[in-house]
Design a protein around this ligand. Structure first.
Ligand code: FBP
Length: 550
C-alpha cells in the first residue's frame, strides 16, 4: 500500500460545491436602503469617520447582466484560525472571476503584517483548488499584528499601488474589523482609491449583531467540541467514576460553552456573563458545582460533566479587581524580581494588595496564585487563557467535598479529570454550514468590491433558512461601532457581543439546567460533523442561531 497524500474525505470534500443564496447565483443588482447610524455614540463616530459614516445598508438581488471593469484584490487572514477561512478566499476568487475574468486576487502572507512588509502571493485557480472546503488558514497564513498606525497604512498603500490592487479584504474578528474600518476611512480620506471590505470571522462567536447573525467558524468549532463532550459523557455514563471538568475556548464571551451545552446537555455549564451579573465569587461558583456533585453522589452517581468557559476568571468581579491590581503592581515594581523563593514573592504581593484583593489572592491554591504573578503578555497583562481554570476548580471542589464528607453530608466519591478543548476545533474541516456561509461571504465581498464599495462588512443573513434563501449584502462597519475605553483612552470599536442573559439561548438553558444537573442524567451525543447525508443531520445551523431566530 502506498502512503497517502490526502485522506479520502479530503479528496471528496475538494469536489463539494458550496451552496450560494439565489441572489448570488447569476447577475446581481444592489438595493441600497436608508442611511445608517452607529449603534451608539453617533456624534463621535460620525466625526471620526466623515467619509464612511452613515452609508446605506446594501442587499443583493438577481438582476440584469452588468459589465464591471477589472480589479485586483488583496486578502488578509487576521487573528485566530476559524473553519471556513479558505472558503471565504475561494468565494472571493470565484466571485471575482465570474464578474470579470481579468480580475486578480493576491493573498498577503502571515496576516496583516504581510500588507505592511509587502509579503504576498498571487492566488491562482491551481492554488485555490488545493484549499477548497478545507479547514485552516495555511493557504496564506494568519497573524495578530494590528493595523492601527498611519505608517502601516502608508506601507499598505505603497504595495497596493505597486500591484495595482484596488481593494483589500480583511477576514477577522471585532478588533480586525475595527482596524479595517479605520483603514477604509484613511484610504478614503487620502483618496488612494483603495477600498476595504471586512468579513466576520471568529470561533468565539462574539462578532455578531442585528446584521451579522454569526461569525464563521463558530458552527464547526462548536460541533467538534460537542462531539468530544458527547464522547466523554458516554464514557462517564459507562464507567460511572469520573467528573470531567472541560474548559472551552472563547477568550471572553461564553457563546462556545453555551452552544456546546445546548448540543450535549452536560450536568453543569458555567456562563461567565451570569457569574459577573450575579457578582459571584470564586467560592460561589465552587459552591454551585459542589451542590450538584453532592446531590448526584448521594444518589450513587459519582460522575458528570462540567463545561467551563475559558474567560471565566476575568468575569469574576473580585478576580477582575485582583488581576487589575496585579497588572499595575508588577508593571511598576522591580523589587519583586529580586525576590528568590515563591513564598517570599507570595508574601510580598499579598502585602501590597488592597485588603479585599489580598484575601482573594491568599484564598487561591498556591500554584494558581503564582501563575497570576508570572505570565504576562507584551502589554503587561496576565494571560488568562493560560490559567488552567478547570484545575483550579477541581482543587477547590475537592477541598470543599472533603469537608462535607467529614461532616457526613456527602456520601459519594470524587475523582476528576480535566480537559481543555480549543485548538482541536479551530482548523476542522468546515461543516456544510460554514463551507456554504464562508463561500457566500467571500462571493459577496467580490460583488461589493466590483460595485466600488468601501467600509462595508460582507453580510449574509437569514441563516436558519435554506442557503438559497439567505440574504446577501453589505453592512457599513461604522454602523456596528461605539466608543470604548482601551488602554486608558476612548477609541471607536465594534461592540463585542457577549452572551445576553435575556437572550433566547441562555433563557432556554436556564429553564432546563436543573434537570440536566439532577440525577436524571440527560446527556445527548451529537457525534462527528456529517458532510454527506440527510439535511437534518448535515446542514443544521447552531442551536444558538436556531433559538435566536425562532
Ligand atoms: P480570534 O478572536 O482572533 O478569532 O481568536 C480566538 C481564539 O481562538 C480564542 O478563542 C483564544 O482565546 C485565542 O484565539 C487563542 O489565541 P492563540 O491562537 O494566539 O493561542
Amino acid at each position: 500500500m502506498k502512503p497517502m497524500t490526502k485522506s479520502p474525505l479530503q479528496i471528496a470534500r475538494s469536489a463539494y460545491q458550496p451552496k450560494l443564496p439565489n441572489s448570488l447565483k447569476g447577475n446581481v443588482v444592489l438595493n441600497e436602503g436608508a442611511a445608517t447610524q452607529s449603534v451608539a455614540d453617533q456624534a463621535d463616530i460620525k466625526k471620526l469617520f466623515p467619509n464612511t459614516y452613515g452609508m446605506p445598508l446594501i442587499t443583493f438581488q438577481a438582476g440584469e447582466k452588468k459589465v464591471y471593469p477589472a480589479v485586483a484584490v488583496g486578502v488578509i487572514l487576521s487573528g485566530g484560525q476559524a473553519p471556513g477561512g479558505h472558503n471565504v478566499i475561494s468565494g472571493i476568487f470565484d466571485g471575482l472571476k465570474a464578474l470579470n475574468p481579468y480580475n486578480k486576487l493576491y493573498g498577503f502572507l502571515g496576516g496583516p503584517s504581510g500588507l505592511v512588509d509587502h509579503k504576498y502571493v498571487e492566488l491562482t485557480e491551481e492554488i485555490i483548488a488545493e484549499y477548497r472546503n478545507t479547514g485552516g488558514f495555511d493557504i496564506i497564513g494568519s497573524g495578530r499584528t494590528k493595523l492601527e498606525e498611519e505608517w502601516q497604512y502608508e506601507k499598505g498603500a505603497e504595495i497596493c499601488k505597486k500591484l495595482g490592487i484596488n481593494a483589500i479584504v480583511v477576514i477577522g474578528g471585532d478588533d480586525s474589523n475595527t482596524n479595517a474600518c479605520v483603514l477604509a476611512e484613511y484610504y478614503s480620506q487620502k483618496k488612494t482609491g483603495i477600498q476595504v471590505i471586512g468579513c466576520p470571522k471568529t470561533i468565539d462567536g462574539d462578532l455578531k449583531n442585528e446584521m451579522i447573525e454569526t461569525s464563521f467558524g463558530f458552527d464547526t468549532a462548536c460541533k467538534v467540541y460537542s462531539e468530544l463532550i458527547g464522547n466523554i459523557q458516554r464514557d462517564a455514563n459507562s464507567a460511572k467514576k469520573y467528573w470531567h471538568f472541560i474548559r472551552l475556548m472563547g477568550r471572553s464571551a461564553s457563546h462556545i460553552t453555551l452552544e456546546c451545552a445546548l448540543q450535549s446537555q452536560p450536568n453543569i455549564c458555567i456562563v461567565s456573563e451570569e457569574v459577573e451579573a450575579k457578582n459571584m465569587t470564586l467560592n460561589d461558583v465552587v459552591e454551585d458545582i459542589v451542590k450538584v456533585i453532592v446531590n448526584r453522589g448521594n444518589h450513587g452517581l459519582n460522575f458528570g460533566t462540567i463545561l467551563i468557559p475559558e474567560g471565566l476568571i476575568e468575569f469574576i468581579p473580585a478576580m477582575k479587581k485582583l488581576i487589575a491590581e496585579l497588572n499595575d503592581l508588577l508593571a511598576h515594581n522591580d523589587d519583586f524580581n529580586t525576590l528568590v523563593t515563591d513564598e517570599e514573592k507570595h508574601q510580598y504581593i499579598s502585602g501590597k494588595l488592597t485588603p479585599a484583593s489580598a484575601e482573594v489572592f491568599n484564598s487561591l491554591p498556591k500554584g494558581i496564585a503564582k501563575q497570576l504573578t508570572l505570565d504576562r503578555d507584551p502589554h503587561g497583562n496576565v494571560q488568562v487563557s493560560l490559567i488552567e481554570t478547570e484545575k483550579l476548580l477541581i482543587e477547590m471542589v475537592a477541598k470543599r467535598l472533603s469537608h462535607l464528607k467529614a461532616e457526613e453530608l456527602y456520601k459519594g466519591k470524587f475523582a476528576a479529570i480535566n480537559h481543555f478543548f480549543g485548538y482541536e476545533g479551530r482548523c476542522a474541516i468546515p461543516s456544510n454550514f460554514d463551507a456554504d456561509y464562508t463561500y457566500s461571504l467571500g462571493y459577496t465581498a467580490a460583488v461589493l468590491i466590483s460595485e466600488g464599495k468601501t467600509g462595508y462588512m460582507s453580510s449574509v443573513r437569514n441563516l436558519t433558512a435554506p442557503a438559497a434563501e439567505w440574504i446577501a449584502g453589505g453592512v457599513p462597519i461604522t454602523m456596528m461601532m461605539n466608543m470604548e475605553k482601551r488602554h486608558g483612552a476612548m477609541k471607536p470599536v465594534i461592540q463585542k457581543a457577549l452572551v445576553l442573559l435575556d437572550g433566547a439561548p441562555f433563557k432556554f438553558f436556564a429553564s432546563v439546567r436543573e434537570d440536566w444537573a439532577s440525577e436524571n442524567t440527560r446527556y445527548i451525543y451529537p457525534g462527528p460533523v456529517q458532510y454527506y447525508g440527510p439535511t437534518e443531520v448535515c446542514d443544521q445551523p447552531t442551536r444558538t442561531l436556531q433559538l435566536e431566530k425562532a
